[in-house]
Design a protein around this ligand. Sequence first.
Ligand code: ATP
Ligand code: MG
Ligand code: FE
Length: 341
Amino acid sequence: AIILGLESSCDETAAAIVRSDRTILAHALAGQEDHHRAFGGVVPEIAARAHAELMTPLVEAALDEAGMTLDDIDAIAATAGPGLIGGVMVGLVTAKALAMATDKPLIAVNHLEGHALSPRLVDADLSFPYLLLLVSGGHCQLLRVNGVGEYDRLATTIDDAVGEAFDKTAKILGLGFPGGPAVERAAANGNASAVPLPRPLKGADEPHFSFAGLKSAVLRAHESGQYRVEDIAASFQQAVVDCLLDRLSYSVDRIEPLSALVVAGGVAANGAIRTMLADFADERGMRFVAPPLWLCTDNGAMIAWAGAERLAAGMTDGLDFVARPRWPLDPNAAPARGAGV
Ligand code: ATP
Ligand code: MG
Ligand code: FE
């Protein structure tokens, strides 16, 4: 089947066309960095307006790139949450209108499932179940992926998401927006052991993650005037790597072995984190699968692919599907202490 996938949950507007044999027929994306840079972060109202302006032209661009018309599309998928609700509604309403006009099925995709299944778009051998570290702008979770729509959450953050920690660190250090890539670039010229920073929850007898203390320590280190920005960036990135490794080891020591370790979400684009995970998987005799960098950050192809997986499983949605600002992958997960979801 051929699926059109729309993404608009944060600050990337995207439309892609993917075939269920894993061929990416088109991939159109417009970032909004220039709209938000002056504010140092994503402004929801500006994002929603930009999505509304960009979505239809991007759908047309994707169809052009694939050399197709809507007649060639078998189903229309869109992110239906979680995310900034104004933006989510733009993509979902566009998908509903196209589905209604063409009488094709609508697939309401959980954005996190888009990230979670994206490694299967590029790796035909990755089968369920697998262990997934989902690290993005809004999330830091360890999940057992049992199948399409079937997730056991093993751990989550009790405060900040890991991408959020990168973005706040970039802001503190004056490295600009978006933060993750800027911190990684600065870290490449820094000494990772120059600045003493904490490793929140390292060694704790619970599976969860925490990053808020790290951000506060970065602020104190920067305000002390004692350290180079590059050294703070490198030390911060190393602290994140150490925390992720410690928490991952805790869970892997306690669960039934899984054959593959998978990373997804925007922070999965980070080279130091990818290297650590590849080494960890190697030590534990697990296969390591990471999507290419462009597929880690938000895009339409991962939504089209999740749509293809859901369509194959017979999961389509009604035109009355309502956008969801919150939508956990594992609704049965016990709440972590603190504000974690
Ligand atoms: P969510 O998926 O949780 O709803 P989101 O869609 O906003 O959040 P993504 O697009 O998946 O998040 O990822 C964006 C995040 O990834 C940002 O926080 C960004 O700073 C971070 N990021 C991107 N590239 C890198 C990198 N090279 N190193 C570290 N972080 C990165
Ligand atoms: Mg973004
Ligand atoms: Fe995302």
